[in-house]
Design a protein around this ligand. Structure first.
Ligand SMILES: [Zn+2]
Length: 300
């Protein structure tokens, strides 16, 4: 056992550190992705700056109530069951950095199609929660299944990073300064289970991509999947976001995800409808027209 430290010494050491830190003006080193945590500075007052990093933040809804009336081991197994696949999904979509924070995880994406990969990772985590996790919990505890699912947020900005803590020990970790992580967390906090909220720059990309913006053709005529959502505690234009409540279609998810992450935006099945779909109000007209033509075909 170590000796009890002297409070006065701890405070003196802290004071020296604070005054030396505040005297220095930190240096910002422009760095190309991918983010390598081994390259982050720790003792030097240097921050690496990465441009346009997309962050996906996934939080397990209602995790405090998971504990209610259950053994702690059940709660622990729900955490493990839920968080590990979310982390694997972030990794498989090529996140450069992933951090687990209890019942939440976030991933940072840089490089080619990073914004698209982040969006697809977010939708996939939400789909996993709704289509895999919840049915499994209902199966395991049929009478009173824990109510949960993922609340997902997504944002993008330049980020500054360095490691903070004690060098050459386990007591150190990268920290991220910039809007992306903070805003993605705010989006996630304001979502319900199985919802994904994104800030404006991400929303703008989604609007420009037919694979993301419209529903597939499996059911009714394609319609807009996202709704406008004002995001609280997010400043300026970034707060003009979007919310998604639907998940990947079991038939189209694989193909759409592949198309999105390889740079496509244009859906061949919408070629004949594109002009009309530029104006949302014409969607209803198209739907009516299709119903009419089906009716006409039936009558013939
Ligand atoms: Zn489909």
């Amino acid at each position: 056992m170590t000796d009890t430290p002297l409070v006065s010494e701890l405070l003196n050491d802290s004071e020296l550190h604070v005054s030396s830190q505040l005297k220095q003006s930190p240096e910002v080193v422009e760095t190309q992705g991918p983010i390598e945590t081994d390259d982050l500075f720790i003792d030097a007052p240097k921050w690496r700056k990465y441009e346009q990093v997309s962050c996906v933040f996934a939080d397990l809804a209602g995790s405090t109530s998971l504990r209610k009336g259950r053994w702690e081991s059940s709660t622990a197994s729900i955490y493990d069951a839920a968080i590990k696949p979310a982390v694997s999904i972030l990794a498989d979509f090529g996140a450069d950095f992933i951090e687990i924070q209890g019942d939440a995880a976030f991933g940072l994406f840089t490089g080619k199609y990073s914004q698209r990969r982040a969006i697809c990772a977010g939708i996939t985590i939400k789909t996993f929660g709704q289509q895999v996790l919840v049915p499994a919990l209902e199966n395991r505890w049929p009478s009173d299944p824990p109510k949960t699912g993922f609340k997902v947020g997504c944002a993008v900005s330049d980020l500054l990073s360095k490691k903070i803590g004690i060098s050459r020990t386990a007591h150190r970790a990268p920290v991220w300064a910039g809007r992306a992580v903070n805003y993605a967390a705010k989006c996630s906090q304001q979502a319900q289970a199985h919802e994904m909220i994104v800030t404006k720059p991400i929303a703008d990309s989604i609007r420009r991509n037919e694979y993301l913006w419209y529903s597939c053709s499996c059911g009714d005529a394609p319609t807009t999947l996202w709704n406008e959502r004002h995001i609280e505690k997010v400043s300026g234009k970034d707060s003009e976001g979007l919310i998604l409540t639907s998940s990947w279609c079991p038939n189209c998810g694989d193909l759409y995800c592949e198309r999105i992450c390889s740079g496509s935006w244009r859906r061949p099945d919408l070629d004949s409808k594109r002009n009309g779909m530029l104006h949302e109000k014409y969607q209803q007209v198209i739907k009516l027209h299709e119903q009419n033509s089906q009716q006409i075909r039936r009558n013939i």
